[in-house]
Design a protein around this ligand. Structure first.
Ligand SMILES: [Zn+2]
Length: 279
């Protein structure tokens, strides 16, 4: 899940659970039993749910924070109480109960709200004042959706890596938080950068242009995620289809040198392409 989807989920969770006291926390029998920090959250209130990059943070009123990153198809679902039982049954059949079921009291005469975390997410519980010092959080780069100083931080951080490709730099969470391979491809397409272009070859003006493009595309992706609409990818996962600008066939290869495929238009993304000596 990339940053914009994570942000949309944080906004949704905020609407559903912020301000409501936790009535019950249900965990699979063989897990979590010893986790006093988790069980001590019963009776306390989620003050807010926020996100930075691909991380979700649940800040509780008693100074405890849950950190969660939804990897490998893990997810948070919000259910009514009745639906929660249905899901329990379905999960029991698959022999994989949810990692965490949290029941929130919604107020007099109103149905409980149940948040269910399933799959294999990364999940930590920390005192809130130690979150920013956690090794995985401390090193995170600016979030284009929320960091006010993004246009200063991002150019500074990316310039520390002149030998990286721009493609690899965009996926480095210490340079910019929240981008995955799909948005990386779309950002390269929008900037017309060829996937093998290296950071060291960029002019200052090109880095500023890149920063603006990262913010713009993340804002657009955020709008689509909030409306629960799929992002209209122009190159990502579109091998063999015509480029929406020039109709050249979109190709995918590993020239981004970032351990992922990069989908791109060879005609529309000429910036940084090495001249061909033997055409
Ligand atoms: Zn094109």
């Amino acid at each position: 899940m990339e940053g914009p989807q994570t942000r949309a989920l944080a906004d949704h969770l905020n609407e559903m659970i912020t301000g409501k006291p936790v009535e019950q926390i249900i965990v699979p029998e063989h897990r979590w039993q010893a986790n006093v920090l988790l069980m001590n959250c019963v009776g306390h209130v989620v003050q807010r749910v926020r996100s930075h990059g691909k991380w979700l943070f649940f800040d509780f009123s008693h100074g405890v924070t849950w950190l969660c990153q939804l990897i490998t198809r893990s997810k948070w679902s919000i259910l009514s109480v009745d639906a929660a039982h249905d899901v329990d049954d379905a999960d029991a059949k698959r022999k994989r109960p949810p990692l965490l079921t949290v029941v929130f009291r919604a107020g007099v005469g109103r149905a409980h709200v149940t948040a269910v975390l399933s799959g294999r997410p990364i999940f930590y519980i920390l005192p809130t004042d130690r979150v920013s010092k956690h090794p995985e959080i401390r090193v995170m780069g600016p979030d284009p959706l929320s960091t006010a100083t993004f246009h200063d931080d991002f150019p500074y951080r990316i310039r520390q890596h002149p030998t990286k490709t721009v493609a690899a730099a965009l996926l480095d969470q210490e340079i910019v938080a929240g981008l995955g391979n799909a948005l990386k491809c779309e950002i390269l397409y929008a900037t017309r950068f060829t996937p093998s272009l290296r950071v060291g070859a960029l002019l200052a003006s090109q880095i500023d242009f890149l920063a603006g493009t990262v913010v713009g595309i993340c804002a657009t992706a955020s709008t689509f995620a909030n409306q629960q609409q799929p992002f209209p990818y122009r190159v990502y996962d579109r091998s063999g289809l015509p480029c929406p600008i020039c109709t050249t066939e979109i190709i995918a290869d590993r020239s981004g040198q970032d351990a992922h495929l990069t989908w791109y238009c060879p005609t529309c993304q000429p910036v940084g392409k090495e001249p061909t000596l033997f055409p």
